[in-house]
Write a protein that binds this ligand. Structure first.
Ligand code: GCO
Length: 255
């Protein structure tokens, strides 16, 4: 079996929320496998900075600054790509936020914001990309789930509901778009060393819980997710659809 199956040369990947954290690691991974990457974020200056750093590594990088919770901005971004003749072969719906508060104290506006960014955005951006992929008869969509796609943890209800929804959205996309040549899969990161988890990492009790609860006894590093992304973005996964692959040090598989 040839490693060429994992080669992304000639493919273009849009990764939402990719100026830093997991999104940046995904972009570095796909670019390292040969893809041209389109970085996305809300902050245009930070995006250009990330793009410049990756171009300095020799990667082919474009940017598309838009808020994933803004449907009009999403449509405009895809129309700009159309006008520039840029085809999105691979979409990674990575952008996400966390909001930790017990439900009894949670405002509906905070709940809705997490759902809009962590779930609805993946549908809206997925639909825009899939309309164009379907016209070409091929495409790869990779959504980002979580351990909370399967299990709940107190204080993160909207995130949990959104990530549970991502697992099923991934399957719904597979159900409807398989016949159009589109594979839809997801990655479920475990506890990763990211800005989003800074407060948890700094909490010795929580840190200890993660290490005790995870068979590999440690937090994951963003770059450790890149291989799974390359697999799901490449021809190596051409008959894989509707799946969620957990990269969590074994956490979700043990009691
Ligand atoms: C939390 C964390 C988690 C992780 C990850 C685990 O508050 O428990 O933020 O949600 O980020 O999603 O899979």
């Amino acid at each position: 079996m040839s490693l060429k199956l994992f080669d992304l040369t000639g493919r273009t990947a849009l990764i939402t929320g990719s100026s830093r954290g997991l999104g940046r690691a995904f972009a570095e991974g796909l670019a390292g496998a040969g893809a041209r990457v389109i970085l996305n974020g809300v902050n245009a200056a930070r995006l250009e900075e990330a793009a410049a750093e990756m171009r300095a590594e020799g990667f082919d990088v474009l940017t598309a600054a838009f808020d994933v919770a803004d449907e009009a901005a999403i449509k405009a971004a895809f129309e700009r790509l159309d006008a520039e003749g840029i085809e999105v072969d691979i979409l990674m719906n990575n952008a996400g936020i966390q909001f930790r508060k017990p439900m009894l104290e949670l405002d509906t506006a905070d709940w809705q914001r997490v759902i809009d960014i962590n779930l609805t955005a993946s549908f809206v951006i997925g639909r825009e990309a899939a309309r164009r992929m379907a016209a070409r008869g091929r495409g790869k969509i990779i959504n980002i789930g979580s351990l909370t796609s399967e299990l709940a943890r107190a204080t993160v209800a909207p995130y949990t509901v959104a990530k549970g929804g991502i697992k099923m959205l991934t399957k719904a996309m597979a159900a409807e778009w398989g016949e159009k040549g589109i594979q839809s899969n997801a990655i479920g990161p475990g506890y990763m060393v990211t800005d989003m988890n800074e407060a948890l990492l700094a909490n010795p009790e929580f840190d200890g819980w993660v290490k005790a609860r995870t068979p590999m006894r440690r937090w994951g590093l963003p770059e450790e997710l890149a291989g799974t992304a390359i697999y799901l973005a490449s021809d190596a996964s051409n008959y894989v659809s509707g799946q969620i692959i957990y990269a969590d040090g074994g956490m979700i598989s043990v009691l």
